[in-house]
Structure formats: structure tokens, C-alpha cells
Ligand binder design. Structure first.
Ligand code: CA
Length: 210
């Protein structure tokens, strides 16, 4: 796969993207800070190194228990997804884009799903789907599938979003190891950037809107 074109990553272009995570290990000196359950035996840490302890190891063998219903994110400071001035409706973008930006935000509705995964729910899956025609149902949304011991990220539209995060805040010092492969993200194949009905991974109707 060729490296992404400049600016491609910032568009959240994830069409037909498949991210495969056969193993994600978090090693930290303070497992209680991650909410470790201290339950069953942990897989042996490979080359963990002095001073590091494996606190979670996920191999994505269990299916994702994705809830059926999307929850609307109405933005604003009361939103559970409100973060800071750089979040989706953040003051930074509002000040920079002015009424054009705010009008853009009003053109669609945003929906999310959040649910935990893994040992003691140490991972949280965050999914986003955009309702472009404002009928209360997102046309598509990002999601994960557990396939053969791997987490496959499925995103069919550039508005989709899907991430995995730690459920508890990370401690001051930590290491996260992730194995990623098979990213379908455009690029050159046999000398051409057009394949599978897409050009460099783009459908062609993507917009740089909010
Ligand atoms: Ca819709």
C-alpha cells in the first residue's frame, strides 16, 4: 500500500478501511489506575522489559456486543461527548469558521454508540454515524467486527467513525502496543490509483464540511 496522500488522513477518510488488530497490549506500572480486575490469569508478556507489567491483553476473539440503537449527540457543553474547544462543535472551529461552520453543523444530525469490550470492560468502543438527511436515522456508521481473532474496522462512508479507547484514564506512564495490518485506504495498485470503483480510496463525493 502506498502512503496516504497529503491531507488524506485529516479527512477521516475511512471508506472500505479494514484495520486488523490481532493483539493489543497495555503495559503500565500502575494497573489499578486502569481499573484492572485482577481476575483470571494474564497471558505472558513478551519482552515486557524491566519495570513494566502487562495489565491487559486483548486478542478480539469475542464478538462486539454493539447496541442496536444510536444515541443522538446534540452537541453543546451538556453533551457527554463534549471535550474542549477542539471537539466537533468546539469554540476553536466556531471562531475560525464563523456562521458558515455553524450553518454546516445544523445541516446534519450526529449519532453515537459507546459500549465496553474486553476483560472487565477495559476497552470502550466509540462509534459515529451521520444523519445527513436529518430523518433521525444515520445513513451509515462506523463499526467493528471480530473476525478470526482480529478486530476489523468497517467504514463505508467518509463520515463514519470508529475507535477503541481505554475505558479508564491512562496513568502518567504507560505503553500501548497494537498490531495493525491490511489497511484498505487507496493508494497505488499495479500503477493505478483507481480501483474498486474508487479513486485513491475516495468515492468522489466527499466534502470537507464539518
Ligand atoms: Ca438519515
Amino acid at each position: 500500500m502506498a502512503p496516504p496522500e497529503r491531507g488524506q488522513a485529516s479527512t477521516r477518510r475511512l471508506a472500505a478501511l479494514a484495520v486488523v488488530l490481532p493483539a493489543a497490549c497495555s503495559r503500565a506500572p500502575a494497573p489499578e489506575a486502569l481499573g484492572a480486575s485482577g481476575g483470571g490469569p494474564k497471558p505472558a508478556a513478551r519482552a515486557a522489559g524491566a519495570g513494566w507489567k502487562l495489565v491487559h491483553h486483548e486478542t478480539f476473539d469475542a464478538p462486539f456486543q454493539e447496541p442496536a440503537a444510536w444515541i443522538e449527540d446534540r452537541y453543546g457543553d451538556e453533551s457527554p461527548y463534549h471535550v474542549d474547544v477542539f471537539d466537533e462543535d468546539g469554540e476553536f472551529f466556531s471562531a475560525r469558521g464563523g456562521e458558515v461552520f455553524r450553518e454546516g453543523l445544523r445541516r446534519f444530525r450526529s449519532f453515537r454508540k459507546s459500549f465496553t469490550y474486553g476483560e472487565g470492560g477495559w476497552l470502550t468502543v466509540e462509534l459515529y454515524g451521520r444523519d445527513s438527511d436529518r430523518d433521525g436515522v444515520p445513513e451509515t456508521g462506523g463499526r467493528f467486527e471480530a473476525v478470526g481473532g482480529k478486530a476489523r474496522l468497517v467504514s463505508t462512508r467518509h463520515y463514519d467513525g470508529a475507535i477503541l479507547r481505554s475505558t479508564a484514564p491512562l496513568p502518567p506512564r504507560y505503553r500501548v502496543e497494537v498490531t495493525v495490518s491490511n489497511i484498505d485506504f487507496g493508494g497505488l495498485r499495479e500503477g493505478s490509483r483507481t480501483h474498486g470503483g474508487k479513486t485513491n480510496g475516495y468515492d468522489g463525493d466527499e466534502l470537507a464540511d464539518p
